[in-house]
Design a protein around this ligand. Structure first.
Ligand SMILES: *Cc1c(COP(=O)(O)O)cnc(C)c1O
Length: 419
């Protein structure tokens, strides 16, 4: 391969082959040819930057310089002005001192990514894809989604004056569908599941020459998601967390978190990676069940946590690679644990997360209950989406009080419950 002129090159996660920016857009052309149906896609691409050049360019105080320039050297776009004029990322982090009346002996931080424009982590990816499209004069973006990626892309495209076409399973939560319509995107509900929507969106991409934001299929989604790691490192005052609990469906968020830290590692800014805990729903544990297997076997997913309900994880190979290379940990949590975690999170912290995000907190609770978190360690839970996105998911634990007359005695009966 010739020396790269561009900012980055692509490298295939499966065969390792490298490509220049103009040689491919989505999957590795070689691996794509040997793809069998009903298996995770092969050939997802990782972006590799010219790390040496970045080090030379920012010789002294490299970390400070990267922060000052909003990490533009580590992003696949030319100019940050191409990003939407919305607040993407830079989400708050909260230190939680106690849980269920016990003071915690370790540090617990919640990274609240519901504070993105469309209320989920997905805006990190959509904004980068949209910025790339803008720089390349593309005005229409298509995506298949279980709900959040679609509502996110719809929001970002609205702000960028781009068109969005969103294919979703018709069973997606109504608030996510409503968002897509309100942002003015073309909503296409599909009779079928996410996999059907995914396949159709790829056919449409080829046939109609559209630009596709599908998670992992478009490698920029991983790059967009990695920014959370830069923020964490900065917000924790340059301490690498001991553990980060991440909810996993397709495995793009977790790969993004790894990629962010890996970029910093390659630049010599950090000297080790955190332990990342992949949290899946027991009823959608396709990554956990298959990570050690030669042959991938699909089990139908069926969890209340719709954003991590995935039959075929689209970024299986990259997530597996990262987890194995950096000694990641895996845990599954039941729907019951997710619902309990959701309620405990809200009551303890004032933060209301959607079930997929509560799953990460359930993973944390499980470690906590088993006393697996050592004194003075730094632990982070990624809260990836707002609870208002899926009210139906928590209906089993919502106890709506009975309606009373505007009468002081009836009110007393209702609030004086301890008596
Ligand atoms: C998409 C999503 C996830 C899972 O991310 P993957 O990249 O599919 O693993 C978790 N939580 C929320 C709220 C999401 O929208």
């Amino acid at each position: 391969m010739e020396k790269q002129n561009n900012k980055f090159i692509f490298q295939c996660v499966n065969c390792g082959k490298k490509y220049q920016e103009n040689e491919t857009k989505y999957l590795c052309p070689e691996c794509e040819k040997t793809q069998l149906s009903n298996l995770p896609p092969k050939g997802v691409l990782k972006l590799i930057y010219d790390y040496e050049a970045i080090i030379i360019k920012n010789k002294i105080n490299i970390w400070e310089k990267l922060i000052e320039t909003d990490f533009i050297d580590l992003l696949p776009i030319k100019n940050l002005k191409s990003m939407p004029n919305l607040k993407i990322g830079k989400t708050p982090i909260y230190k939680i001192e106690s849980f269920n009346q016990s003071k915690l002996k370790f540090n617990l931080y919640l990274k609240d990514d519901s504070q993105n424009p469309s209320y989920s982590f997905k805006d990190r990816a959509s904004s980068l894809v949209s910025a790339y499209a803008k720089e390349n004069n593309i005005d229409t973006i298509i995506a298949a989604s279980t709900g959040n990626a679609g509502s996110s892309l719809a929001s970002i495209c609205a702000s960028q004056k781009q068109k969005a076409i969103i294919l979703v399973p018709s069973s997606a939560p109504v608030s996510k569908l409503s968002q897509i319509i309100m942002y003015g995107a073309t909503l296409v509900p599909i009779k079928g599941n996410y996999d059907n929507a995914f396949d159709l969106s790829i056919k449409a991409t080829e046939k109609f020459g559209l630009y596709n934001r599908n998670t992992a299929f478009n490698p920029l989604t991983i790059e967009g998601k990695k920014t959370v790691s830069f923020e964490l490192f900065e917000q924790l005052n340059f301490v690498i967390p001991d553990r980060i609990f991440v909810p996993v469906g397709d495995g793009v968020i977790i790969s993004g978190v790894y990629k962010g830290f890996e970029d910093l590692f390659k630049l010599g800014i950090i000297d080790k990676l955190p332990i990342i805990v992949a949290v899946q729903a027991t009823k959608s544990d396709n990554l956990i069940r298959n990570i050690e297997n030669e042959q991938f076997t699909v089990k139908k997913s069926n969890t209340i946590a719709d954003s991590i309900s995935v039959d075929i994880p689209r970024n299986f190979f990259m997530a597996k690679d990262y987890l194995q290379k950096y000694n990641g940990e895996l845990i599954s949590v039941s729907d019951k644990e997710i619902l309990e975690a959701s309620s405990e999170l809200s009551k303890n912290t004032g933060l209301f997360a959607e079930p997929a995000a509560a799953a990460a907190f359930a993973g944390f609770i499980s470690y906590y209950n088993k006393k697996m978190l050592d004194k003075n360690t730094n632990n982070v839970v990624l809260l990836t989406g707002s609870g208002l996105k899926d009210i139906n998911g928590i209906k089993d634990i919502l106890n709506m009080p009975k309606i009373i007359n505007p009468d002081i005695n009836e009110l007393w009966d209702l609030i004086n419950f301890k008596d």
